[in-house]
Design a protein around this ligand. Sequence first.
Ligand SMILES: Cc1ncc(COP(=O)(O)O)c(C=O)c1O
Length: 427
Amino acid sequence: MHIDQLSVAELEIQRDSVLQQYNGLKELDLALDLTRGKPCREQVALSDALDGILHGNYLAENGTDVRNYGGLGGLAEARALFSQVLNTPPEETLVAGNSSLTLMYNTIDFALTEGLRGPLSAWGNNDAVKFLCPTPGYDRHFAICEHLGIEMISVPMLDSGPDMDIIETLVKEDPSIKGIWCVPRFSNPTGGVYSNETVERIAHLGLIAGDHFIIMWDNAYAIHTLYDDAPPLMPVRDLCHKYGTMDNLFQFGSTSKITFAGAGVAFLASSKNNLTALMQHLAFQTIGPDKVNQLRHVRFLANPDKLATHMAAHAAIIRLRFECVIDALEQELSDRGMGDWSSPRGGYFVSFNTLPGLAKNVVKLAESIGVKLTPAGATFPYGDDPQDTNIRLAPTFPHLEDVRVATNAFVICVKLASIEHYLHLKH
Ligand SMILES: Cc1ncc(COP(=O)(O)O)c(C=O)c1O
């Protein structure tokens, strides 16, 4: 029954029963972790063939010895391969080291301190530098802004993607807004995919905001589908090309959740102007990326259909974990008025919203019985969820059985917090 409709006596009966279950879990000394979106051991093992795949042949297609210095933009064959992930031309795609987050940090730091179009264009010349942050969103994006002293403005996330009406109004009115974070396919944490209309309006933003504005298009889950019917994403580059806003767009991706999370390959795509400017900056940091790893990835992934079959193998491993979470939430919490959640068709997360004001309490209750959840608030700028509702669940890393136990424990914590909240209201 919906929690709204329960009398105090009924609430008390339910509270006693849930409390008993909660105390039972306490005795189990659980040590479970649903915090970070990491691939599990079986997933990383799918790419074990990377080890030794070169068999002593270190020559790239053009004869480059990949063991040596150089090649700042990445191997040509790696650019060709990973441009397929981002849906971009190889000549607009740079392939780098293992982390796309590094590329994102570098891009923002460069625009802030040196300027994408020379020193006069540096955002840091202005008193205030602000960024739009669709929320809930990815904590590490927000951490980059906070670390670099960029003020964050939260924008609500809708089913269609970020609220574009609000965004268009804000960028029109405030030239100190220099960019926006986007995880356009299987967003972290909602799992949503931006609608065609949203992608088109984002591509158009440069015309409203001006040259100084950049779109940080972090397509970390570009090909990470769980089901064949997962919604596709409109290619933003084609639309930016149509509107003449190519210089406003930076796209990112990596193989962190394709091959090895700690030893993959990251890539960035942007206009030729931007790539030239950025590479001049990167040249101060490195003589060239790890081309040996790039070549290993090319040999492993560049066969026809390999990317698709490889991603299907990932999905076959983690789909069961997602279904375990969603099934438990549906069975135990559907129509109970204790929260709502996303049912993603891809990506790495399930986003759960408690009743307002309860997320922190649920996380605390879970921690007390040995179930670690991402801290409430982490999905918002400055770690502050004004409604205190959002909790990010990351089911990929633990064993399936542990996901089952952790989700059941989570459900009990949600019930306990919700029932106690209603009892408090009714007294
Ligand atoms: C949206 C998003 N972007 C980037 C990353 C990290 O990417 P990388 O491993 O390439 O640095 C993550 C990892 O969870 C993520 O969720």
